[in-house]
Design a protein around this ligand. Structure first.
Ligand code: HEC
Ligand code: HEC
Ligand code: HEC
Ligand code: HEC
Ligand code: HEC
Ligand code: HEC
Ligand code: HEC
Length: 395
């Protein structure tokens, strides 16, 4: 019954994209759905949104131009995993430092052999050998790296095997594990349809599609300035004039800055690639895999309430810098809302109660590490909560 009601809401939300309606609907659903949208909806709205195919290409400058004025931001951003989310295989540190990688499944023997020129992907089942040079490596490898190659006709294929950093070797690509294979082809790869190719590159590279056309030649591998700030040519022209004339620009904003968004939209913004609450709902996601979508989990925290700028992604993460891995560094973000010290009383601007257990290192206990089996790695559960021993993963 509840499930049926939810489904009706989803369909309505999809067909009628009116905020007013979603507010009405939200009498029926939880507070966490208020004003959040799917990425498809955001992309269809006017204006810039990450992953959208916009254009024309001449409105974009490329990140090197941005770096000429924003040198500090560019220096740290270029070193982030996001900026390196895709690489040509010949630039892959993982492949270069592991010249031979092997995996076996049933009668199938898989091998990735890397030399100075290329990485050859081979499958042998005792009778037949198939071999293709790999083209793209996706993921810097916090947890893993997956590979794409092309056949002569230009069609993309995804290798059935992925390198996993925690395993230090190959295993089945996440979500693509086999129990049997009907032939060598199925054992070796999966065809990536044209629509899906566009999506992979939209999240892992910059400038891969203009005016609806996927174009491998124009893209910059990785997530760079204009993937998040949209087309920059106008801003560059205005700022170059300002620099030359010495008269600062005081006109309206010339480039997109997500800092201006309302809290729910700000979280949806990162969710364009990290999956929004509705992206996960519509895909029917469940179980520990959903910990890979921080927006989905975060917005289900009691802390989130109706949405609060103190709990957006950028309240805790600077997308231009490396991920902070010292858990205590996040205490300040919690203590913008929570009073501290067991006897402290809540206030109007600190609506969060005090912790009866500790006054520091909040995330280490309340943002659990969740093991995601197909990734062979832990993800940080962004559903902030009291974690009880032996408790099942709360959906
Ligand atoms: C000629 C120098 C110059 C270049 C090139 C340049 N910027 Fe800027 N940018 C500035 C200055 C100066 C400011 C601060 C003044 C302002 O906000 O208008 C600024 C502000 C910004 C802001 C904040 C805007 C706001 O309204 O909050 C963003 C975002 C930004 N730049 C991104 C970029 C990106 C992305 C590129 C490359 C496409 C780029 N900039 C290229 C000089 C430059
Ligand atoms: C255009 C797509 C895109 C957008 C928009 C985006 N991300 Fe990412 N992000 C990625 C990809 C792809 C990765 C995986 C990079 C890798 O490990 O290869 C990633 C990884 C990360 C990581 C992990 C870094 C690490 O050390 O492993 C953090 C943190 C992160 N993103 C935060 C954010 C925040 C905050 C926002 C919103 C301001 C955001 N992202 C928006 C695509 C995006
Ligand atoms: C909707 C955006 C999106 C699409 C589409 C997408 N990815 Fe990702 N991918 C991400 C984000 C965000 C991350 C980082 C968080 C995570 O690991 O789940 C990521 C992480 C990864 C990682 C792990 C990276 C690491 O550093 O450990 C691999 C491998 C990967 N993606 C491969 C692919 C491949 C191959 C495709 C297409 C067949 C693809 N992705 C499509 C957004 C996307
Ligand atoms: C993953 C998305 C992402 C990427 C990639 C990205 N930015 Fe940003 N940028 C943001 C967000 C989000 C903000 C707002 C941050 C805030 O207010 O805390 C921002 C803010 C800014 C600002 C405003 C001043 C400031 O420091 O907050 C400038 C300037 C800027 N970015 C320039 C760049 C340049 C140059 C690049 C490329 C080298 C870049 N950004 C790449 C997401 C991104
Ligand atoms: C209250 C603070 C907080 C907020 C808000 C927050 N994060 Fe995190 N995030 C963390 C902590 C803590 C870690 C774990 C850092 C570590 O120890 O490696 C983390 C880790 C990550 C990682 C690395 C992969 C993983 O699972 O460990 C990604 C990607 C990420 N956050 C993205 C996001 C996005 C996108 C948002 C917005 C939906 C967001 N975060 C909001 C605190 C926060
Ligand atoms: C935007 C303000 C805000 C931020 C930021 C915030 N919280 Fe909360 N948090 C609250 C409020 C308000 C409640 C009480 C919600 C309720 O009872 O419905 C709460 C509840 C909690 C709870 C109790 C949850 C439960 O299941 O009963 C824990 C634990 C918690 N917060 C920990 C944290 C930690 C740890 C951080 C930082 C990583 C954090 N919060 C950041 C506002 C916030
Ligand atoms: C060592 C682990 C640990 C650390 C560190 C920790 N907590 Fe807790 N916290 C707990 C546990 C366990 C509970 C549940 C206590 C109970 O219900 O008996 C709790 C309860 C809470 C609650 C619910 C209180 C209520 O009245 O409902 C909040 C809010 C909270 N913690 C916030 C925080 C914040 C903020 C920090 C950092 C300043 C923090 N915690 C650090 C373990 C921890």
């Amino acid at each position: 019954m509840l499930a049926a009601a939810k489904k009706v809401q989803v369909n309505l939300l999809l067909r009628l994209r009116f905020l007013a309606l979603s507010v009405v609907l939200c009498f029926l659903c939880g507070p966490s759905t208020l004003a959040q949208l799917s990425t498809e909806d955001h992309v269809a709205d006017p204006g810039f949104w990450p992953t959208q195919s916009s254009g024309p290409q001449k409105l974009y400058t490329g990140g090197a131009v941005c770096a000429s004025c924003h040198a500090g931001i560019a220096a740290t951003q270029l070193a982030t995993p996001m900026a390196n989310a895709a690489l040509f295989t010949r630039a892959s540190g993982i492949l270069n430092s592991h010249p031979t990688l092997k995996f076996t499944f049933a009668q199938y023997h898989y091998q990735l052999q890397t030399d100075a020129q290329q990485t050859l992907y081979t499958l042998n089942d005792g009778e037949k050998t198939l071999q293709y040079p790999l083209l793209w490596a996706f993921g810097i490898g916090r947890v893993g790296q997956s590979y794409l190659f092309k056949k002569e006709d230009g069609t993309f294929y995804e290798a059935r095997v992925t390198y996993f950093t925690p395993l230090k070797t190959l295993d089945f690509t996440p979500g693509r594990a086999l129990t049997t294979a009907k032939d060598e082809e199925e054992a070796m790869y999966r065809k990536v349809g044209a629509g899906e190719v566009v999506k992979c590159f939209a999240c892992h590279t910059t400038g891969s599609a203009f005016e609806g056309q996927f174009n491998e030649a124009t893209l910059a591998p990785g997530v760079h300035c204009e993937a998040c700030h949209g087309p920059g040519a106008k801003h560059v022209a205005v700022q170059q004039t300002a620099k030359l004339t010495g008269v600062a620009d005081t006109g309206p904003a010339t480039i997109f800055n997500s800092a201006q968004l309302k809290p729910a939209d700000s979280v949806d913004f990162c969710g364009a690639c990290h999956a929004t609450f509705w992206d996960v709902k519509l895909a029917g996601g469940s179980g520990p895999t959903t910990a890979r979508s921080q927006p989905y989990r975060l917005e289900q925290s009691k802390c989130w309430g109706q949405g609060d700028a103190r709990l957006t992604c950028i309240a805790c993460h600077d997308p231009h810098k490396q991920l902070e891995t010292d858990g205590a560094a996040y205490d300040g973000a919690c203590l913008k809302c929570h009073v501290n010290g067991a006897s402290a009383k809540k206030t109007a601007d600190h609506p969060g109660p005090a912790c009866p257990v500790s006054t520091q290192n909040c995330a280490s206990c309340h943002m659990a590490k969740v093991y995601v089996p197909e990734m062979h790695a832990d993800f940080t559960d962004h559903r902030i909560r009291i974690v009880r021993a032996g408790q099942a993963y709360p959906e």
